[in-house]
Design a binder for this molecule. Sequence first.
Ligand code: GLA
Length: 727
Amino acid sequence: MSIVFDSEKKIFKLDTATSSYIFQIYEQDYLVHLYYGSKIPDNNVAGLKYRGGFPSFSPNNINVQDWMFSADVTPLEYSGEGTGDFRTAAFAVRNADGNNSTDVRYKSHKIYKGKPAIDGLPSLYVENDDEATTLEVLTEDSVTGVQAVLYYTVFENLGAMTRSVKVINASDKTVEIERVMSTCVDYHTHDYEMLTLYGRWAKERSLERRPLAHGRQMISSKRGSSSHHHNPFAAIVDKGATEDYGCAYGYNLVYSGNHLFEAEVNQFAGTRVIMGINPDSFGWKLEPGAEFNSPEAVMVYSDKGIGEMSRIFHRLYNKHLIRGKWRDIKRPLLINNWEATGMEFTGDQLVTFAERAKELGIDMLVMDDGWFGDRNSDRSGLGDWQVNEEKLGGTLAEFVNKIKALGIKFGIWYEPEMISRDSNLYRAHPDWCIHVPNREKSIARHQYVLDYSREDVRDYIFGEMKKVLSTCKIDYVKWDFNRNLTEVGSAALPADRQKEVFHRFVLGTYDVMNRLTKEFPDLLIENCSGGGGRFDPGMLYFSPQIWTSDNTDPIERLTIQFGTSMCYPASTMGAHVSACRRTGYDTKGNVALWGTFGYELDPNKFTDADKRIVKRQVKEYHKYYDVIHFGDLYRLISPFDNPKRAAWEFVSEDKNEALLTVVTITRPEDSAIFIKLKGLDPDKYYMDDETDEVYSGALLMNAGLCFPNEDISDGASFVRYFKVIEN
Ligand code: GLA
């Protein structure tokens, strides 16, 4: 068992492939955290006992014999509000008396093979109970009767674990949850840096690093979605950790709404990390007997640097988060009309796109925004999901049949959570959007957000989607979300439940996505939110790929893709070649290969030379698919560190193939490009596909290769493929 309980010492030890996580039931049933870090194979770990100093102004519990113990300074497993611990609490419940003193202590536990799902929320899964072990610890506040079940799952073959919490109101009075963090980890030191992904529209997930300092440092979202602005990912890494050296603790929340990650360095320079739903815009009334589930936090540990942390996330998500048939089979190489036509297109025009696409070997045409209702600009039509037959020149089935007759797949765009002010749906149901009484609703892209906390709204939208998606064989849906939530309220909820709207909205979105994946199990869903504004594991549970950014400039894509790769695998990153001005098609393709490849342009405009490049890229897509989608990523030269060049490499799981990509951002001083590969088998021999030269893995990794710098113009790039040969 990879989770053991020492009943004598009352110590829980949770082992993953590379890490151990240890805590203890202390006096008066306090759960005291002891250790999280590199694996300790020995189960005799009682020596880890916490020995703190007792400072003035730190309160004691009169019933605890160990007078050195104070909740204020002891590393705790799941800390409560206002009961002796002055650090940021993981859990706060306002009880029927009106105060929010919260203190949950150990009651009982269960250890079992496998991993339970979370009701109503996406979460990591196992296909076989042997892949994971779960510990459930039941804790209770003896004064209020509120219980918190702490779930811990460790993955046997990966350095990864998950945590989540179920709150149960076991009392006979209604209470209100004010904060319920998915995870809380107390580190003994603060000799760390915090790594986060910030951004904005068209510049998502830039990497930022800061040393931890006394006090609270955090990232969060209050936008109703995980957002372009702060991804629900953060890592705590050793000072100076690099891609290959140092310890890295990665945290990622499986949630698509308001989130919070916070690291607080306390008076003794210890660090508390919490992650969960952002309590700023949250509250949840819990009636007697009712339960509430927190989203799941994923925790990855590597003592081999930040690069290995990312690779563990990638393996984990490729196997235990992405679901359905599209997890394992090749995704269609697509062409999308958005950047070429906007909403001004005709059915006949798109048929010409499909004809050209077919000639070039592209697998699927995606018809983007504008096919429904009165949708000729972004001012109208959202919510009216009825096909605009005039634009398509016939019914949807007739149009799709023309595409299918060419032998290619067909995909369609939706923005199911939105409603245009100018739409039939809004005229019929003005109260169906998120709003608060008597306050002007902010408009964004001329649209409002539908109130997905309401079942009637969800039923209607899903019903309309089902009608369209059932008329003919549609292979793919691009699910978009183009604004954030403001004036957040629901006409269907009483005043004392308005704080629940943000979370209920997310649950509503998951409900519709769940219905969609159940009703159409073969459908490939690509999530999008003005590019990558909802690039999070919650969405990945339903949509195996996400449009990484509306920015398709290959040079700007470098930082976006490097940042996104911190925890998200290449198989999830929508990356397309577009007609944007910077660089030629070669570099556009070389950069877009790092993802779910496609084109976003008018193929009728290709010259013969362009077509030759595209045909080559299509071949490369098929040839390199497995090594990119299922291989290990090595970020060799990061554009965050080196403004002149970027390089990355994918290595197949069996180490028999490696794909190297190098991009010159701006003309560097050096006359040659010198690259050391990583992750190869030192004893194997690899042939360079381009030159037929053979090198040992040791040579490629230790000495590296010197590539003649033939083309050092801005935006030049090359790809090299290495394959093992038999001796
Ligand atoms: C968003 C998406 C784009 C496109 C448009 C359509 O901005 O990110 O790719 O689908 O919406 O309105």
